[in-house]
Design a protein around this ligand. Structure first.
Ligand code: CUK
Ligand code: CUA
Length: 661
């Protein structure tokens, strides 16, 4: 719109211009003067106009990138277009979501897989989404995400953007260092967080050192099946520190997992017994430990059967891991948070929350130290400590409260600064040197953000070839950025243009997130995704990703009684259900199958029954089966809950439940 003059056909006739005006609703004679007038009236600077031009996405134009954001304690995943920052969809994962029918007739079996000891846990605390990778590059096929509160991992299929699997970790009830994937998605990795006894059984806190355990779980992923294979997965026992964030090696560091830890003090909390509270007790040591795990070796050890079954799950015990030389640690600055592997896999960047530096480890040096046993001792559980000085490459002072690091394609790295509320740009050295005008290993610039940034995400940021056009700062607080929505305010996603070198790194968009606290997001090129527009054929069951042989089809609609069981075979099409009346007796078991027989894009029908708490979303071709006991007698108008057609309101029917005598 700003540059309409450039788009108007040069030889447009007056009539055509009038027509354009009528069609677009704009006067044909727009000019930069109009832009200037509006800018003046609204108090917009040139920088604001530039930001608008970089982000404004006209109707019908699509985004270059798609961001998959954790939904925080909403338990879901958000799909957001970049650079427009338009929220495109929420993907229901750990939490029932009525619009998608998730948990209101469908999805129940998958939600049930995530029950903990039989208890319904119908929410999640999602932190770290991970896109599936091929050769270290996002391939656009699957998305994984962890649930920190109950130690669960979910699998989302990006053909239909729906959750297919939720897996509960049998060993622990707290995770954080996940999900992330090995470079060909052989494994989806889930690191624990707060140590608990195996299987989160009871043990007094006084027995912390002896009975509480740390762990990392390697979930084997079967791409063909689109599922995690529980019986090909295993875990590794780690010391009872609080394992924190983690990343998988790639290229130069292929085969490694790098995992931070906090509370290497093994503090057990205080208050009533006058010991220091966790916050202080877990921050005494000047350094904590980064775990360096050789997952290929671990896989061999697992396959050789050198595991102990705990809660029925194979675990490589700490002793074995040490013996087999698959586990080392090295010191890292106090209370580390982020650990991030550079695109070529040759450097690992760690930020200590209480240290103004980022510490850069050299993978070459780590490998040499492992080979030469350059140890500076052993930690309390006997894991060899790689000598700090022999494995580090550099330290760069970036600012206060460094958390997470991302990388550009050109030798720049970016680190979020929680306490400074800023994003730092700094230069890498080594194989990345000379990509930037500035000297190696130096701070270049800090862009202030609003406020309290946690993670940052760069386009294609975790791949071997980051794009480095856009960076998003995932800010925890928005304070004064938006209209105050009561005391509870949205988080703030700020889009930063990082396409220019040096100190030019402006914030160009603020997006409020008023539905949970997202942590991390991954951003993929939109053209790498190829979602289905409609399901492949009529009668498709998204839960199994196959045609359901029992799916109702047109002209085969019926209601069949078999003793106390009533089976309904129903179709939905604009603008009617068939059959329109279903009469059952109180106490009957009702198995209701319904297919949306549409083939038109976006022709979704809903299906809702009052009182019985049922609401489905049936996308074109989709079939669903719901089952319930008709325990409440009465007259229940069911209807389509998606405005699908002019006669949508007429798309209804009656469920009649005759009272038992
Ligand atoms: S954590 Cu939230 S800001 Cu779960 Cu990755 Cu660092
Ligand atoms: Cu179908 Cu409204």
């Amino acid at each position: 719109m700003l540059f309409l003059t450039g788009r108007t056909p040069r030889r447009a006739t007056a009539a055509a211009l009038v027509l354009i005006g009528l069609l677009t609703g704009h006067a044909a004679a727009q000019s930069m003067n109009d832009v200037q007038k509006i800018a003046k009236d609204r108090g917009l600077s040139t920088a604001d106009l530039l930001a608008a031009a970089k982000t404004y996405t006209p109707s019908g134009q699509k985004d270059d990138y798609i961001m998959f954001s954790s939904g925080g304690h909403s338990g879901q995943v958000f799909v957001i277009g970049v650079p427009s920052m338009r929220h495109l969809r929420t993907i229901a994962v750990f939490t029932p979501e009525p619009w998608q029918g998730w948990g209101y007739g469908v999805g129940e079996e998958i939600l049930e897989e995530g029950y903990v000891d039989g208890k319904a846990n119908l929410w999640g605390d999602t932190h770290h989404p991970a896109l599936s990778e091929t050769n270290g590059d996002y391939d656009g096929q699957f998305l994984f995400i962890n649930d920190k509160i109950n130690a669960r991992v979910a699998v989302i299929d990006l053909r239909d953007f729906e959750t297919k699997q939720i897996i509960k970790n049998p060993l622990t009830v707290s995770d954080h260092g996940g999900t992330f994937v090995t470079p060909n998605t052989e494994y989806v990795i889930e690191g624990g967080q707060y140590s608990v006894p195996w299987g989160f059984k009871y043990a007094p806190i006084s027995e912390y050192k002896e009975r509480y355990k740390g762990s990392v779980t390697l979930w084997k992923f079967n791409r063909k099946k689109g599922r995690i294979m529980e019986d090909e997965s295993f875990a590794i026992e780690l010391p009872p520190y609080w394992q924190d964030l983690a990343d998988a090696g790639k290229l130069a560091s292929d085969g490694f997992i790098f995992m931070n830890s906090i509370n290497t003090e093994m503090a057990t909390g205080g208050i009533e017994d006058k010991k220091p509270p966790f916050e202080a007790g877990a921050s005494c040591n000047a350094t904590d430990f980064m775990h360096i795990i050789d997952w290929r070796k671990a896989e061999e050890v697992y396959k050789a059967g050198k595991v102990t079954r705990i809660e029925g799950f194979p675990v490589i015990m700490l002793e074995t891991a040490i013996e087999e030389g698959l586990l080392h640690v090295t010191p890292e600055p106090r209370s580390p948070h982020g650990v991030d592997v550079a695109p070529k896999g040759d450097f690992v960047v760690v930020s200590g929350k209480l240290d103004p530096h980022v510490t850069i480890y050299s993978v070459k040096n780590i490998k040499a130290a492992i080979a030469n046993k350059t140890y500076s001792g052993k930690e309390p559980f006997g894991i060899p400590i790689l000598d700090f000085d022999s494995v580090i490459e550099a330290q760069v002072e970036v600012g206060l409260g460094p958390l997470h690091t991302q990388f550009g394609p050109d030798g720049y790295a970016y680190t979020s600064l929680f306490l400074d509320s800023a994003v730092a740009r700094w230069t890498l050295g080594g194989s990345y040197g000379s990509g930037t005008p500035e000297p190696d290993w130096t701070l270049v610039h800090k862009t202030p953000v609003q406020y309290n940034v946690g993670h940052i995400g760069v386009a294609e940021g975790d791949t071997v070839t980051p794009d480095g056009t856009h960076l998003i700062s995932f800010n925890k607080w928005s304070v004064d950025r938006f209209f105050p929505t009561g005391p509870l305010l949205p988080q703030n996603f700020q889009l930063i243009d990082i396409s220019q070198q040096g100190t030019e790194m402006p914030v160009i968009y603020d997006m409020p997130i008023g539905m949970g606290e997202p942590h991390y997001a991954q951003i993929i090129k939109a053209d790498k995704l190829n979602p289905w527009k409609v399901y492949p054929d009529i009668g498709w069951d998204p839960a199994t990703m196959t045609l359901d042989p029992m799916a109702p089809k047109a002209k085969m609609e019926r209601v069949v009684r078999n003793g106390n069981t009533v089976e309904v075979y129903m179709t939905a099409i604009r603008s009617h259900f068939n059959p329109e009346h279903v009469t059952v007796k109180q106490g009957d078991t009702v198995i209701w199958r319904i297919t949306n027989v549409e083939r038109a894009v976006d022709a979704t029908h809903g299906f809702s029954i009052p009182v019985y708490n049922i609401n489905l979303s049936l996308e074109p071709g989709e079939t669903a089966t719901i089952e319930f006991i008709a325990d409440t007698p009465g007259t229940f108008p069911f209807y389509c809950s998606e405005f699908c057609s002019a006669l949508h309101l007429e798309m209804m029917g009656y469920l009649l439940v005759e009272p038992a005598d």
